[in-house]
Design a protein around this ligand. Structure first.
Ligand code: SF4
Length: 122
């Protein structure tokens, strides 16, 4: 099986051609990568894809109704829906400081949801 994917680890954005052998599914052949990270990227995308998330959380008694947030480490792609569900139902009270952990271990992923902006109390 041959697949094309773009490595997003650096601005070179290499167009990888990834061939997976039927005899050894783990033995990937990766062409067009300008560095060894391309093979690692292709392997992770095929066998353990991860993503980061940025969103916002409702703020009560704040000068703004929402605070922007992100997760502090990539999570398995399969957990994105669960994580977004927790973020959507969360509410915090102002004041919120940039870097505050607003949800610990979100959806059991070991990642925390942190504020990327400060919101003062009204
Ligand atoms: S393969 Fe290497 S050089 Fe190419 S985009 Fe990925 S990290 Fe950058």
């Amino acid at each position: 099986m041959t697949k094309e994917m773009v490595c997003i680890l650096c601005p070179n954005s290499c167009n990888l051609i990834v061939t997976q052998s039927d005899k050894n599914p783990d033995g990937l052949k990766v062409e067009n990568a300008l560095c060894p990270k391309g093979k690692e990227y292709a392997h992770n995308e095929l066998f353990n894809p991860k993503r980061t998330i940025a969103s916002s959380i409702l703020v009560e008694e704040g000068e703004l109704p929402l605070v922007s947030v992100k997760i502090d480490k990539p999570i398995p792609k399969s957990k994105i829906f669960e994580v977004m569900k927790e973020i959507k139902k969360a509410k915090v009270k102002a004041p919120v400081k940039i870097g505050d952990i607003l949800i610990k271990n979100v959806a059991g992923t070991d990642a925390n949801v942190i504020a990327t902006k400060s919101v003062d109390k009204i």
